[in-house]
Design a protein around this ligand. Structure first.
Ligand SMILES: [Zn+2]
Length: 607
């Protein structure tokens, strides 16, 4: 790893005379196209080596959680971030050099590969890194302690999640909801400084602010991308309004006037601390006579299906589409079951450790329908990683960040009752009259999520560009939650609080629009692949299992990685260059009709 801390090569050093910190003392002539090529070779080579190191350290840390493995991983990560930041800043000097389109794209991707850019002033850089780490650990250690005298009774996010999912006691839910939101006020001051410093870093790379830098990743002008999101939201909003109104009707029956008949939904009664996924309150919402008559969880448990066999079933799905079997090392090196002898990070994830063929998943699989679906989701990441493995490192990513998450979810949409019959897990598929139950449950997850997926970055972009100042953080947050989700807090929320910080992705600084896009895209992918598979039934009953034609279309998109604008990758699979939310509307069409019948013209919305 000798290339990290010094200037690239003798020839290049001469060429990048005007460079920043790393090569500041060199002098030479203006950079040429040949220099740019050599620079990119060095970047790709260095990033590959560093990524492998980082993956290995990360894998070991997550599989053996100790102070030492955490320290090793933090060190490697810092080296990766430093290297990318240095390369990104140095790449600016090739801005005016005439290079090939593929090289120009790699130079652009390099500039866009960081979510946070530290200012070049070393003191400010250090301050920003420290604040970012502190925000993350404040969240990670977040606990609500109802009685400070009893530390054992404190609730962490897992405990909070369980209460929100299971309790139907409104007073208890409100107490726990307010309790969790006590973890974030200490982040408020840090967050304001974080915004200042990360904006400074983004400006050094030529962006107006950090939010503009995030929006620049979508192969269109940032303002056009914002309009594109509005357009997609307008397509799905009518369906969301109906679901919102029906859920309000049922919750009003259950909780009385605490749920206003025509107003917003109380944030603490939706089965999830952020009200982003309402599937936990399905029993309160369940349509009558719509029980599908089977439970995949029960089937898996009755058959005592081992975790390994569940993964093999997932692999067989992808094989049926024409993808090559997973390598031997996948089966030797993946983690499928929670080990008894040590702490591991059980949150499911997919890896390509050596940036070559060493793909793996890490999961603690239970015999549940949820984990069965998650296996298909994680394998989607692995097949994507393998499909773009031969591209330059800077192109080894999804077409845009929504595509990676959408891929596995697309396959999971094909886990239909008919598919379960085909693979022998279910005797007969339930009658179509039972579909409303399955669709309602799925809508409480996928449709309810849409406005939430959108608003997190709507808030952050306004914070980064200064439209929302620290004096109005909480008000702006709740204004957006009302506007998009139609949700209100159970008690008034002043500026002494910092409610955005109670959502992981804010203190962790992970862009969130990708989840909104993935939610829209997976249905668009599913519709296109179902068409390729020749499916003529209702979209929610289509499975692309065993369709080589669908597999070929999927692979055409996956193997492009990030080498072309996402519009081209989308076209390779779906035949169109535009994201389109009409597929999610098609998918839920029977539920939409059913909701119309239930609501009988009742008022939707909350104004
Ligand atoms: Zn994922």
């Amino acid at each position: 790893m000798t290339t990290i801390r010094r200037c690239f090569t003798a020839a290049l050093v001469a060429a990048i005379a005007t460079a920043g910190a790393a090569c500041a003392n060199q002098t030479a002539s203006a950079p040429t196209a040949a220099d740019a090529k050599q620079f990119l070779d060095t970047v790709n080579d260095t990033m590959k080596k560093l990524d492998v190191e980082s993956n290995q350290a990360g894998w070991v840390q997550q599989n053996f959680i100790t102070d030492d493995t955490e320290a090793i991983q933090a060190r490697v990560n810092q080296r990766v971030i430093d290297a990318i930041a240095r390369f990104a800043k140095e790449s600016v000097k090739f801005d005016k050099v005439d290079v090939s389109p593929a090289e120009r794209r790699q130079l652009n991707l390099l500039k866009l590969s960081l979510v946070m850019v530290t200012p070049s002033d070393p003191k400010e850089g250090e301050e920003l890194t420290a604040i970012a780490a502190r925000l993350e650990s404040t969240y990670g250690k977040g606990k609500w302690c109802p009685d400070p005298a009893k530390p054992d009774a404190c609730l962490n996010i897992d405990d909070i999640t369980k209460v929100m999912a299971e309790s139907r006691d409104a007073a208890r839910l409100r107490q726990v909801w307010e309790g969790w939101h006590t973890i974030s006020p200490p982040m408020r001051k840090d967050y304001a400084r974080f915004v200042e410093l990360s904006n400074k870093g983004a400006r050094e790379l030529g962006f107006a602010d950090s939010g503009a830098m995030w929006r620049a990743k979508y192969d269109m002008p940032p303002e056009a991308f914002t309009k594109e999101l509005d357009r997609l939201w307008d397509q799905v909003r009518p369906l969301y309004l109906k679901l919102h109104a029906y859920v309000r009707l049922k919750l009003h029956e259950k909780y009385g006037d605490m749920v206003p008949a025509n107003g917003p939904l109380p944030a603490h009664l939706l089965g999830n601390i952020w009200a982003q996924d309402w599937s936990n309150i399905y029993p309160l919402i369940a349509p009558k006579n719509a029980d599908p008559g089977y439970s995949l969880t029960d089937i898996l448990k009755q058959r005592k299906m081992p975790a390994l066999e569940m993964v093999r079933t997932g692999e067989r799905f992808y094989s049926s589409l024409g993808f090559a079997p997973l390598p031997k090392t996948f089966w030797e090196r993946s983690l499928f079951v929670r080990p008894k002898d040590r702490d591991v990070v059980c949150h499911a994830s997919a890896w390509d450790v050596d940036m070559d063929s060493d793909i793996r998943i890490k999961m603690c699989i239970d015999q549940t329908a949820e984990d069965f679906t998650t296996i298909h989701h994680e394998l989607g990441h692995n097949y994507y990683q393998r499909a773009y493995m031969n591209l330059p490192v800077l192109f080894r990513d999804s077409a845009n960040d929504g595509f990676h998450e959408a891929t596995g979810d697309t396959i999971a949409l094909s886990v239909t009752p008919e598919y379960l019959v085909k693979i022998g897990l279910l005797g007969a598929a339930p009658d179509a009259s039972r579909d409303i139950g399955l669709l309602m449950k799925r809508a409480l997850e996928k449709v309810a999520f849409l406005p939430f997926g959108l608003l997190i970055d709507q808030w952050r972009w306004k914070v980064f560009n200064g439209e929302v100042t620290p004096a109005g953080y909480n008000k702006a947050w709740w204004d957006l939650r009302l506007k998009y989700q139609g949700i209100a807090p159970p008690s008034s929320r002043g500026e002494d609080l910092f409610d955005p910080g109670a959502k992981y992705h804010v203190p962790d600084n992970t862009p969130y629009t990708r989840y909104f896009l993935a939610d829209i895209l997976q249905f668009q992918f599913h519709r296109a692949l179902s068409k390729a598979a020749g499916c003529t039934t209702a979209l929610h009953r289509c499975s692309i299992y065993q369709s080589k034609d669908a597999g070929a279309k999927l692979n055409a998109m996956l193997s492009m990685g990030a080498s072309k604008p996402w519009q081209d990758a989308l076209e390779a699979m779906t035949g169109t260059t535009q994201m389109d939310a009409s597929a999610i509307i098609d998918y839920f069409a029977p539920l939409d009709k059913w909701l119309d019948e239930q609501l009988k013209g009742a008022k939707t919305g909350w104004q």
